[in-house]
Design a protein around this ligand. Sequence first.
Ligand SMILES: C[S@@+](CC[C@H](N)C(=O)[O-])C[C@H]1O[C@@H](n2cnc3c(N)ncnc32)[C@H](O)[C@@H]1O
Length: 206
Amino acid sequence: MSLYDRYVLAPMIDRMCGTREVMDIRREVVPLAEGDVIELGMGSGLNLACYDPDRVRRVTGVDPGENITALARERIAACPFEVELLGLSGESVPAESASFDTAVVTFTFCTIPDVYSAISEVRRLLKPGGKLIFAEHGLAPDDRVARWQRRINPIWKALAGGCHLNRDTKLMLEEGGFRLDDVRAGHAMPGPRIATWVTRGVATTR
Ligand SMILES: C[S@@+](CC[C@H](N)C(=O)[O-])C[C@H]1O[C@@H](n2cnc3c(N)ncnc32)[C@H](O)[C@@H]1O
């Protein structure tokens, strides 16, 4: 892990992902989680305060990022429910099939290198009828914005820990075998329009 990753990127992601607007987006969806939850890309644990402790039994976080997850320790310790954090990639999770009631993925499908494997892993891990709760920034519908997203993506990706600006969340989930039950999308955060189109909602397996 580089010094940039540890001293610049991890604290910057924690700050940018913890703004009031981003926390408001989390609060739209994360409280819908229930039972045994798998959270891909737990990062610095910003979702933990948004779970409904009366609905959640246990949260298993999966994230290979040592520097960012180091920032989650205090948030995990403050949780009124059980939290386990595994330093692993979301593309392959050593857990039994159909063992989770809910999967939560926020601002992470943008970064996971083999995103279709991760989506398929989420499908495998969810119980029949289980829900995927998600909130992701991604490809904007406006052609001009989308063109800039594609242009800037290589530089952005290099500086932002592998994050893509131009992934189409809705399309990826549908191609990955999910039905989108309840979805909202829009420029939901302050900042340049290439980075603020956020799709969030609930999906179930088809
Ligand atoms: C922008 S951060 C978002 C963190 C957190 N989900 C949130 O909403 O604040 C992206 C996260 O994806 C994680 N990540 C990167 N590659 C991953 C992979 N293959 N599997 C799971 N998580 C991954 C990173 O370590 C980082 O914590």
